[in-house]
Design a protein around this ligand. Structure first.
Ligand SMILES: Nc1ncnc2c1ncn2[C@@H]1O[C@H](COP(=O)(O)OP(=O)(O)OP(=O)(O)O)[C@@H](O)[C@H]1O
Ligand SMILES: C[C@@](O)(CCO)CC(=O)[O-]
Ligand SMILES: [Mg+2]
Length: 382
């Protein structure tokens, strides 16, 4: 039997980085996904007993002898989430160092490490094959690492029997709440291998979907009936979330009082932004006033992200360009390049939107239009 899983990427409307330090943040799922398929090899199917990973978008395939992995890892597969020990991480790092990645794709090594941890922890050493494809740009702030960890964890758990397999039902299914929680916990362990010190917001919004307010591991789903249009601009400047998160923590150690004040300000911005979003209603006559509040809050958050040291000249170029059209923008995700969000007010004409997009694309950026606040993780058994 084969199982497929798909998990969305995300945007962060407010609170990235500060959320790692205990502030509230607001995030929403977007309709760009990572897709994972997983099947266990029948014993006769594969004499070598291989555990295989294919990263189709990159034309890369890796395999490990399950016998060798069994000898290297002491822990047997089990469904209860646990952190990767230092010894286990050493074994994984040396296994990944043996692989050859093209220079430009070396960043994938942390994803492969997370995969090895999740597979050996959840499935154990039973041979099988996992295939991955993604619609998300990697390392760009749209949560590619989290949607990878969520979809891999879900597929592995689904075929290992840890979650129910309603294989009579056709098409994509949403798991039960307690199963989503189990997937989310495993995905967080994968994110820890990729990010170092994640807050958990990315894997949580990828698992549960919708628009959420998140603080210290707790999520609150936001109820909003109004539209929220966002333009996403990918500066195509590559960066690495782990290094950016570490950089903010170092700044916080150098200037504890000033940075505590920055994180407190972000917390207030996220709470106010959530309240404005929840006040949206269908055919809202005061929509423009509410959107103006959102724009101001986004600009304030961007200013504080600059204080944290995670903006970038490419991000500043997007901000200047959109400001010429009186549109507010902020970076989304870890910053340092990557993606920028621009609020597209309800009454903004499509002609203006097209003009902004053209101007941004002339700068070499890529504009994406994505549905915001949609479904989270889904699985499919046929
Ligand atoms: N489809 C994938 N296949 C393999 N590895 C992946 C995949 N998607 C993400 N990764 C891993 O995640 C890394 C990118 O994670 P990173 O957290 O730096 O960026 P992001 O998640 O896209 O952005 P952000 O965390 O700011 O939202 C990649 O370098 C790779 O190791
Ligand atoms: C930068 C960060 O706040 C968001 C990355 O999308 C890191 C995290 O919360 O794990
Ligand atoms: Mg990430």
């Amino acid at each position: 039997m084969e199982v497929r899983a798909r998990a969305p990427g995300k945007i962060i409307l407010s609170g990235e980085h500060a959320v790692v330090h205990g502030s509230t943040a607001v995030a929403a799922a977007i309709d760009l996904h990572t897709y994972v398929s997983f099947r266990l090899h029948a014993p006769s199917d594969n004499d070598d007993g291989l555990i295989e990973l294919e990263l189709k978008d990159f034309g890369l395939a890796f395999s490990w002898s399950s016998q060798r992995l069994r000898e290297l890892f002491s822990e047997l597969g089990s469904w209860s989430p646990r952190s990767c020990s230092t010894e286990c991480l050493k074994v994984i790092t040396s296994l990944v160092e043996e692989l050859s990645f093209p220079e430009a794709k070396i960043g994938l090594s942390s994803g492969v490490s997370a995969f090895l941890y999740l597979y050996t922890s959840i499935v154990g050493f039973r041979p099988g094959k996992v295939r991955v494809t993604s619609e998300l740009p990697l390392a760009s702030g749209l949560g590619s690492s989290a949607s990878f960890c969520v979809s891999v964890s879900a597929a592995l758990l689904a075929l290992s029997g840890a979650v129910y397999s309603d294989n009579q039902q056709n098409g994509w299914l949403v798991m039960r709440e307690n199963e989503l929680e189990l997937v989310n916990k495993w995905a967080f362990e994968g994110e820890k291998i990729i990010h170092g010190k994640p807050s958990g917001i990315d894997n949580t919004v990828s698992t549960f979907g919708s628009m959420i307010m998140f603080r210290l591991g707790e999520l609150t789903r936001l109820k909003s009936s109004g539209p929220l249009r966002m333009l996403i601009t990918n500066t195509k400047v590559g960066r690495n979330t782990k290094a950016l998160v570490a950089g903010v923590s170092e700044r916080a150690q150098r200037h504890p009082d000033a940075m505590a004040a920055v994180f407190t300000a972000v917390d207030s911005i996220s709470k106010e932004l959530s309240a404005v979003i929840e006040s949206f209603a269908l055919d809202d006559v005061s929509i423009t006033a509410k959107e103006e509040k959102l724009e101001e809050l986004m600009e304030m958050n961007q200013g504080l992200l600059q204080c944290m040291g995670v903006s970038h000249t490419s991000i500043e170029t997007v901000l200047r360009t959109t400001l010429r059209y009186k549109l507010a923008s902020k970076l989304t995700g870890a910053g340092g390049g990557g993606c920028v969000l621009t609020l597209l007010p309800t009454l903004l004409s499509s002609t203006i939107v097209d003009k902004v997009i053209t101007e941004l694309e002339v700068c070499g950026f890529q504009c994406l239009k994505a549905e915001v606040g949609g479904k989270g993780l889904e699985i499919c058994f046929n």
